[in-house]
Structures are given as C-alpha cells and as structure tokens.
Ligand binder design. Structure first.
Ligand SMILES: Cc1ncc(COP(=O)(O)O)c(C=O)c1O
Length: 466
C-alpha cells in the first residue's frame, strides 16, 4: 500500500477532522482493530462513500494521536477485506464497487444532477412560469452585480430599508397606492406571506375563491378551506379569513367591481373576517387600474375590516427571485411585524438590494411596458387565428373549457408537441362544480411562437370536435 503519495488530491475527507472516528485507548481491543471497525461503520453509514479517498495514514495518525503503523495496519486489513482499495501513487479510497448507501430516506429521491443551463425547448404557456427571462435582462444583471458590491448595512428582518422604499415607490408609480415603506414587510412570495399571516394566529376556516390559485390553497392544507364563488359576494359561512384576487381574478382575469369591494369590506368588518388580497401581477394589466385595491379602499375609508395585501414579484419577474411583500391595514400589522422579526429575513438581503436597485433604475417598469405591449400583440394573434372552440375568457390568460377527459388528453398531446399549458380544474376547490379545460398565458411568448402554438391547439381541438 502506498502511503502519503505526493499527488494526493485535497478531497473533502482527506483534510482536517472531517471523519468522526472514535478510539478508546482504555479498551481491550487493539487500536488497529478499533480503527478497522470504525471505518467499516463509517462506510456502512454512508459517511464515506464508494470511490472517496480516506485520509492519508500520516494525517489520520497525527489527528488520532496514534502511530502511523497503527493506521497502516488498519488500512491494510480493510484493503484485504475489500472495503478500501489502494494503488501506487494515488490516495487510498473506498472501494468504488461497493454499493452506495442511500443518503436519503426517500427512495424516489436521486442524487441531484449537476446544475445545467436553462433549456428553452418548451413553449411554456403556463401562467407564472414562462415569459421572457428577467434574469437575462441587462438591467437586472447590472442590479445584481451592483448588489454584490453594495454594503447591505444592518440586516432588518422586516426587509432592507432600500428594498422597502423601492417597493413603496413602485406601488405608488404603477398602482397609485400610497404606502409607508415602514408598513411593508418583505416575504419570499405570496405563499410565504400567507404562511406568515397564518402563524400570527388566524382562527377558523379560510374562505378561498373557486376557482382560484391552487398554489395558495396548497399552502393551507392544514386549515379548513371553504370554497367561495369567485363571482359572487361571500356566503354567510363562518370563516376567519378570505383569500381573494379582486384586481385580477385567477384564472379568469376579471376585476371585482367597486360595489362588491365595498360590500366585501363591510361584511368582513361585521363578521370580524380578515380579508387577504392576493395582488399578483396586477401591475401588468393592460388597462389602467381604476378600481382601488381593497387595501387602499380600507385605508381611505378607515374601514374597521382588517385587510392584508399580499404582493409578489414571482409573476412579474420570476419565482427564482423569491421576492414578495405584505402590507396590512388593522391591528394584524404589528403582529405580522413581530412574527417576521422573530423569524428573521424572508430572503437574502443581497437579493433585496438587487431588487431595490432594479426597481429604482426603472427596469421593472420598462419590463411591465414590454409585457403590456406583448399582451396586446398576443391578443391580436388570438383575434387573427380564428375561432378557438371552447374559449370562454380572454384577458391575461385564455381559458378554454372542455369535458374532463378531453382536457386531460389535450394537455398531454400539447405537451408531446412541446407546448405546456395549465389545467383549469387545478384551480377549483372541492369536489362539486369543477370545470375542466386549459388555462393559457398567451403573452408568455413571441407572437410567431404563439401563432404556431395556437395553430397546433386549433388542430388538436378540431380533431376532438370532429
Ligand atoms: C393568483 C396567484 N397568486 C400568487 C402567485 C405567486 O405565488 P408565489 O409568490 O408564492 O410564487 C401566482 C403565481 O402564479 C398566482 O397565479
């Protein structure tokens, strides 16, 4: 066996004290035998894996304060047993042919693949998934680079002041909302905001729009959920909170009229129900926001209703930035701040600084303008390609209703053609009254790509129809 070869690679376990080996000098078993048993144990437990080097005999001897001969004897024994292999001029290592000990209790979970560059082989028309990649935008890259050179200053668990100011400004410029930056609490997205809210102690069931965004419902599986008709006033059922998308209903994209907003706040105040306003991607709407948000309405009318406005940059940018925020009207606000403070920052202050700089540079506003132009162009394509059977809504998304079996098989066939769309049924809560079909974010892609995708869709729908 070679000892301490000159070219020994500096691999993880070869340095320092990374191997937890226990030797008992008072035990009757000889030291080499103890060492053999310990290394067998570590291999069996997966602490050292097949083909990984073990420390050189010199290093291990000095670490364990035993003679080098003790280690060499133990290693020689393990080589004979087949646990280790040694070759001239290379480190002694665990036999590469030994079966790997699973590193996770989940048998379905494989070792993560090496990170790859993103592939663009699919036409992704799922809401919130496709669209052009903001991480490739020069403005975002500049903001990210700058953030690495910027001193983030003291870490504020509620969010870095620069980011909270930039978001307040963004809301003022794109939504006409006047929000005190101090009232903004950063989250890592809508679901994180919702969970934060739930941990502050909302009692009772939660009303959810039906249909509505499945992501938020899935984040509340520990709660009793009561489906509410998204197009009607809330029923009288007893709930502690309701989650609504009044500014851009998911998935239909409709806007809740002002009279229903007023009635909703009155109902919430009377019944002590917290109104959770999920305000995803409203800035991207192609028409100007004329109806005030529920939050604005509650503030301006000094409503007794508690309103929590949940915002996210997942849809305007990408969920890879893990950036959202929450703003509360009513006594729940200080409780939210207290909980966030206890939990610590929702996401990296470096990313917060990057987002602040991207917003302040006007990068996001330019992106929104581009998105609006693209939506108008996508609408023109939809008007141009002719009838799409089953199309029931056209806004930020196309909603196509179909029979259950047809919806599933069509999504499958589209996927086979490289076109990904969302399921309408996935947005419905409960068993009754589920509608089936497709939800398509048609402005995710360039017009030529959309035209091609819609052509395929029409062809497949035509086949179903005939
Ligand atoms: C209605 C709705 N709310 C919120 C989100 C974003 O959720 P999150 O910020 O947790 O990614 C989406 C994303 O598609 C959505 O469609």
């Amino acid at each position: 066996m070679s000892s301490s070869p000159p070219t020994e690679p500096a691999l993880p376990r070869a340095d320092g004290i990374a191997l937890p080996i226990h030797i008992d000098r008072d035990a009757s078993a000889p030291l080499p035998d103890q060492l053999v048993a310990e290394i067998r144990r570590l291999i069996a437990a997966g602490a050292v894996r097949p083909d990984e080097p073990v420390p050189s005999s010199r290093r291990l001897a000095s670490h364990l304060q035993v003679s080098r001969g003790t280690v060499e004897t133990a290693y020689a024994q393990l080589v004979v047993e087949g646990f280790l292999v040694s070759a001239e001029r290379s480190a002694t290592r665990v036999n590469p042919d030994l079966p790997s000990t699973p590193r996770t209790r989940n048998p379905g979970m494989r070792t993560p693949a090496a990170p790859r560059r993103r592939l663009r082989s699919f036409i992704d028309l799922r809401p919130g998934f496709g669209g052009d990649d903001p991480l490739r935008e020069p403005a975002f890259r500049r903001a990210w680079r700058d953030s690495l050179d910027t001193d983030t200053g003291a870490i504020d668990p509620l969010g870095q002041p620069g980011a909270r100011w930039a978001i307040a400004d963004h809301l003022r410029l794109t939504r006409g909302m006047t929000v005190d930056p101090d009232d903004i609490i950063l989250t890592s997205g809508s679901r994180d905001g919702l969970r934060l809210l739930l941990t502050t102690g909302i009692a009772g069931a939660i009303g959810v729009e039906n249909p509505g965004f499945p992501g938020l419902r899935q984040a509340m599986t520990d709660r009793e959920l009561v489906p509410l008709d998204a197009s009607a006033d809330p029923a009288r059922g007893s709930v502690g909170a309701v989650v609504v998308t009044p500014n851009h209903q998911f998935p239909h994209g409709t806007t809740m009229p002002i009279d229903r907003r007023v009635r909703l706040l009155e109902w919430a105040a009377r019944n002590d129900v917290i109104v959770i306003e999920d305000d995803y991607d409203t800035e991207a709407r192609y028409t100007r926001t004329v109806v005030p948000t529920l939050f604005d309405l509650a503030v301006s009318t000094d409503s007794a209703a508690q309103v929590v406005h949940i915002g996210t940059f997942s849809t305007l940018l990408t969920s890879a930035v893990s950036t959202g925020y929450i703003i509360a009207h009513g006594e729940i606000g200080p409780r939210l701040a207290q909980m966030r403070t206890a939990l610590g920052p929702a996401f990296s202050p470096v990313m917060q600084t990057a987002i602040a700089s991207y917003l302040s540079s006007g990068g996001l506003r330019r992106r929104i303008s581009r998105g609006r132009r693209r939506l108008r162009a996508a609408e023109a394509v939809v008007a141009d390609v002719g009838p799409i059977p089953g199309l029931v809504h056209e806004g930020r998304t196309l909603v196509i209703e179909l029979e259950e079996g047809r919806a599933g098989s069509l999504r499958h066939e589209l996927a086979e053609q490289g076109i990904l769309v969302a399921s309408l049924a996935a947005g419905w809560a409960g068993d009754g009254d589920v509608r089936h079909g497709l939800v398509i974010a048609h402005s995710n892609v360039e017009t030529q790509v959309l035209r091609r995708a819609l052509g395929t869709l029409q062809r497949l729908l035509g086949r179903i129809e005939s």
